[in-house]
Design a protein around this ligand. Structure first.
Ligand SMILES: *Cc1c(COP(=O)(O)O)cnc(C)c1O
Length: 200
């Protein structure tokens, strides 16, 4: 089980403290903020692993491919196509997770559960390395059934990585087989600026 430390909105001294403590796997929501946080540290921290956990616009696919090791928020065929083009140009294989909107929430990113198999197949067909699935359960529901659903979809697609569980529900996520929990406030305290909805 891996801990993804979510450093969105955090100041540089928090990043530095996490690195000194030995943390190497980090999650960021926005491409631009992630560049500001990490681009300069890449060389001095060669074993850094950066994971994009926020929505990605197709016009930022190349920037995302250049910076991130794993993109956890693949949620539509068009984005898979853009990532495949960017990967080809960069001469790289892109590792992705498919984000599943397990609660069918209209305001939330992610492919609907019934579309997940097709998107996994599409992304594989484009040459992306699909490693697993990611979800953010509805805030007002028990998370367990959502994690169970994500695990079922992963199993029938032969996928191993399950990125699920945040500060409020990571214990449940681990019981349901999470391979990656994404923790922000549980590690660093409350964030110092409110989250705006963003389309990075
Ligand atoms: C911010 C964020 C997290 C971390 O949230 P906490 O509740 O602070 O642990 C995890 N996953 C995603 C997708 C996020 O946007």
């Amino acid at each position: 089980m891996a801990l993804t430390a979510v450093t969105k909105t955090q100041p540089p001294e928090i990043l530095a403290a996490a690195l000194v403590a030995g943390q190497r796997v980090f999650g960021e929501n926005r491409v631009q903020e992630a560049q500001a946080h990490w681009a300069g540290l890449r060389r001095s921290v060669p074993d850094l692993e950066l994971r994009l956990i926020g929505p990605l616009q197709t016009n930022k696919a190349a920037d995302a491919v250049a910076l991130f090791d794993v993109i956890e928020t693949l949620d539509r065929p068009k984005l898979a196509d853009a990532l495949a083009v960017a990967a080809h140009k960069a001469g790289r294989t892109v590792r992705v997770l498919v984000q599943v909107n397990t609660g069918n929430e209209p305001q939330k990113a992610g492919v609907l559960p019934e579309g997940a198999d097709a998107l996994v197949a599409h992304a594989r067909g484009k040459g992306l390395k699909v490693e697993g699935l990611m979800c953010i359960p509805p805030a007002d529901e028990a998370a367990g059934p959502h994690f169970a659903l994500l695990r079922r979809i992963a199993r029938r697609n032969g996928l191993k990585t399950l990125s699920m569980g945040m500060s409020a529900d990571y214990g449940t996520a681990i019981r349901f087989g999470a391979t990656h929990v994404r923790l922000g406030s549980a590690l660093f305290g409350e964030r110092n600026r409110p989250e705006r909805p963003s389309m990075d």
